[in-house]
Ligand binder design. Structure first.
Ligand code: FAD
Length: 425
């Protein structure tokens, strides 16, 4: 097995539940910091599910810290450095370039969720992380001295700290909150797909999107937006269409949808959009309901030995383009806090972690709503006077941010602020 750089053994035992981007990042970073990790995942195999996913520079920077990961990602990720905006009828409005931020802040990573996920999973295995698939965690417990989990078949595992990274339907949330929180419909859902682009190459309407390498195009209409990205030198196409959600579909990434439902939503739109929809293989079309959860009052359990990370703590709307990035930051910051605190002060680390994460996560979560409103409630008379107002906000405090360096720089100050006047355990 290849040797990876890691800090000396810390003796801190970490159990992680869920091998999504939050869980895998936490596992890899904890291994990098010398902690001992067991990662439980309920699925018996990690199939390459999903379609387009995005990582801002604040998270993509970690891919190059993990030997071999960036090299594996490079051939499969989206290469276009701009997005072109049109109105729903296909009238060109503006182009937003990302070239400057790529030069100054590093690359964004957009690609197939399943393919990127496989690369991280293989990296975790190559490092020797103990990943146990087919382990459904049904219960969490903790004492002052330890935390633990129980599997569906009754096995119990204890550790110094447990990270619940089980996505939006987290069971760990009950331990942390003391009650089950209820998701509410956001009023929107997203049709999503990913398919080979051969048919698009044959059509006069869509050839320009795929014939010259990767491209990225947005069409903005009233309460609907449609984003298309050609990937892998134009050989594959991914599009997403965020629309009002009147149906009662489940919160599920793999919920099938019908082409005629999409065509109804984009009736009368730019013929290019209609062609992209008609070219979609019906079995590759999904409808993902966007649910809303009130921000949780806390991400950590009463004894500060269990923490919710990733979507379990803070589901994001896709229009924030930060869900996966914030899930990764959670794991990076936790591994660094545990390193900084040491085995005897795990609860201190968990409390400092929450302090570091809470405000940043919620401020970024709010951008999901503001971007959706910016597009869906667009006043086109005003937009034609200032087409750049369609551009995505790209803010340095979100993207040009190194959460690992920030944790080491801020840890002592936050610890002193939280524990002044008491002896931290
Ligand atoms: C199948 C799937 C497809 C997705 N497709 C997309 C996409 O195309 N585009 C996009 O932007 N985002 C997608 N997402 C969501 C995206 O990956 C997350 O929003 C984001 O990366 C945060 O990740 P997470 O690790 O917090 O949660 P998730 O990615 O949801 O991962 C949670 C993991 O925990 C496991 N788990 C849940 N409960 C238990 C339990 N009791 N015991 C053990 N393991 C458990 C789940 O099986 C899953 O592997 C998808 C998520 C999933 C699960």
């Amino acid at each position: 097995m290849a040797e990876f750089p890691r800090l000396p053994h810390s003796g801190i035992r970490v159990v992680i539940v869920g091998a999504g981007f939050a869980g895998l990042t936490a596992a890899i970073e904890c291994d990098r910091k010398g902690h001992e990790v067991i990662l439980f995942e309920k699925s018996p195999e990690l199939a390459p599910l999903g379609d387009i996913i995005s990582f801002g520079q604040n998270s993509s920077r970690f891919f190059s810290k993990w030997p071999g990961v960036w090299e594996a990602l490079e051939p499969i990720i989206h290469k276009s450095e701009e997005v072109k905006f049109y109105d729903w009828l296909g009238r060109y409005a503006t182009t937003q370039s990302f070239a400057k931020e790529h030069r100054e802040w590093g690359p964004r990573v957009n690609g197939h969720r399943g393919e990127i996920h496989q690369i991280l999973y293989r990296h975790a295995l190559a490092r020797g992380v103990d990943v146990r698939l087919g382990h459904n965690i049904v219960n969490y417990f903790e004492t002052e001295d330890a935390a633990g989990v129980e599997t569906a078949d009754g096995q119990r595992f204890t550790a110094d700290v447990v990270l619940a990274a089980e996505g939006v339907r987290s069971r760990g949330r009950k331990l942390v909150l003391g009650f089950e929180d209820k998701p509410q419909p956001s009023g929107y859902a997203v049709f999503r797909t990913w398919y080979p682009s051969d048919k698009l190459l044959e059509s006069d309407k869509t050839r320009h999107l795929v014939a010259n390498g990767d491209s990225h195009v947005a069409w903005i209409g009233q309460d609907v937006h449609f984003l298309a990205a050609a990937i892998k030198d134009g050989r594959e196409m991914s599009w997403v269409c965020t629309h009002k959600d009147e149906g009662d579909i489940e919160e599920n990434w793999q919920f099938p949808a019908k082409l005629e439902d999409v065509l109804r939503v984009v009736d009368g739109w730019d013929p290019v959009v209609l062609e992209l929809v008609r070219a979609t293989p019906p079995d590759r079309l999904f409808d993902y309901k966007l649910v809303f959860r009130d921000p949780l009052p806390t991400f950590i359990s009463p004894k500060a030995r269990t923490a919710l990370i990733g979507d379990a703590a803070h589901p994001f709307l896709p229009t924030s383009i930060q869900g996966a990035s914030q899930a990764m930051e959670d794991g990076v910051v936790m591994a660094a806090c545990l390193d900084r605190a040491g085995k005897g002060k795990v609860q201190e680390a968990v409390r400092v972690w929450e302090h570091i994460r809470y405000e940043r996560v919620h401020k970024i979560q709010a951008t999901g709503i503001s971007t959706r409103e910016q597009w869906h409630k667009a006043d086109w008379d005003a937009i034609w006077r200032d087409t750049d107002s369609l551009h995505l906000k790209r803010e340095a405090w979100v993207l040009d941010f190194d959460s690992e360096a920030d944790t080491y720089a801020s840890y002592d100050g936050i610890r002193d602020q939280l524990f002044s006047g008491e002896t931290a355990s």
